[in-house]
Design a protein around this ligand. Structure first.
Ligand code: 1CP
Length: 356
């Protein structure tokens, strides 16, 4: 009898994508939210050359450069396009600026009349610029590194458009949603359409997978969560799946708590990003083995580093690593994070003896 040959299933060129085929990888793939940013001296240098923050986002050579910086240093399994969720309101004609040390500023949308004036007429140039960054990245990235495109979820983007800036309670948007739900629905519809156009451009330019950031999903009561978080995300995911059925989508409903499971089940996302507070065993046992889970180290443990970080990393990988899983933080890297701790984290996640 001829010797039997074990035929290995052809692996995807980009390792991270295999988790979406239902594979639990050991070690798990790893990338970190806000992996490009102010904690890296080389980012600060490029940022200083670019001028304003949006000038950096709209300069394909520089935006590609800052996307690549953390890949060169740490060899993450995925790069995330350098851009911002507020590119979408900017493209819709609601001018966005970033005030140094304070964050984004927009002229707040006061009512349905202001919402009706939003238009994608001037968006092509902005979206084409971002797509050009993606194109450059796909050429410059190592073949094994997945490229993540992204947008903000309609609810989270709306909180900035109505509030005119970041806030801890999203009161302006919550207020408008109660006062004038028809106008708010119109805003959700515009944002779903604009986000589809934005993400579609990123996929056509070479993004391998997508993440939808719903950073303020946690501020709504249940019925409002269904209406302004689940429904618009579901519409956005459905249209992207119609256009690109094979492109995986990660949803990140930060702060969703007990609604997180319903979010994962009902929106059609392939993966759910867990924030730091999400109890891991609960989310894992409530979802089918096929749903990929991503998360959820506390960004402040990455600042602390050392044995405390190691213990928590081990716990996360032990709880989640037996099913399809992507290692990440529970929210973005904070600016005072020592880059050496990031290097130590990646080494730890990839260390096979971590669990032994
Ligand atoms: O001066 C600077 O350099 C500005 C800091 C910064 C950076 C590095 C901002 C301003 N945006 C970004 C890039 C960014 N933003 C990325 C790039 C890729 C990466 O992760 O490496 C991504 C994915 C985002 C997404 C984003 N922007 C979110 C969702 C994720 C999250 O952090 O919750 C949100 C809410 C924004 C809005 C925004 N942009 C910038 C700031 C400071 C904020 C938050 C404003 C606030 O509410 O306080």
């Amino acid at each position: 009898m001829p010797a039997t040959k074990t035929t290995l299933k052809p692996k995807r060129a980009r390792r991270l994508l295999s988790v979406f085929d239902g594979e639990a990888l050991s070690p798990p793939p790893v990338w970190l939210m806000r992996q490009a940013g102010r904690y890296l001296p080389e980012y600060r240098a490029t940022r200083a050359k670019a001028g304003g923050f949006l000038d950096l986002c709209y300069n394909p050579a520089m935006a590609a450069e800052v996307t690549l910086q953390p890949i060169r240093r740490f060899g993450f399994d995925a790069a995330i396009l350098f851009s911002d969720i507020l590119v979408v309101p900017d493209a819709l004609g609601q001018k966005v600026s970033f005030v140094e040390g304070e964050g984004p500023r927009l002229v707040p949308l006061a009512d349905g009349i202001a919402i009706a004036k939003l238009s994608l007429a001037g968006a092509d140039k902005i979206f084409a610029t971002v797509a050009e960054t993606v194109q450059r990245l796909r050429q410059d990235l190592p073949a094994e590194t997945a490229l993540i495109g992204f947008c903000g979820a309609p609810w989270t983007v709306a909180t900035y458009m109505i509030g005119g800036q970041g806030s801890s309670d999203q009161a302006a948007a919550r207020g408008m949603a109660y006062r004038d739900p028809a106008a708010f629905q119109a805003l959700m519809d515009v944002l779903v359409a604009a986000s589809v156009t934005y993400l579609d451009g990123q996929v056509r330019a070479g993004a391998d997978l997508l993440q939808i950031f719903d950073s303020w999903a946690g501020s709504l009561p249940e019925d409002q969560f269904d209406r302004w978080v689940i429904a618009p995300t579901k519409a956005l995911v459905a249209e992207m799946k119609r256009r690109h059925p094979d492109v995986p989508i990660i949803g990140f409903p930060r702060g969703a708590g007990v609604h997180g499971v319903r979010f994962a089940r009902e929106t059609g996302v392939d993966a759910v990003g867990c924030d730091t507070a999400m109890p891991l065993s609960q989310i894992r046992s409530s979802l089918s083995g096929k749903t990929v889970v991503q998360g959820n180290l506390d960004p402040l443990l990455l600042v602390a580093g050392g044995e405390r970080m190691r213990t928590q990393v081990r716990r996360i990988v032990e709880t989640l690593g037996v099913n399809p899983f992507i290692f990440n933080l529970g929210h973005g890297i904070v600016p005072h994070t020592p880059p050496e701790h990031v290097a130590a984290l990646v080494e730890m996640v990839r260390d096979k003896s971590l669990l032994g």
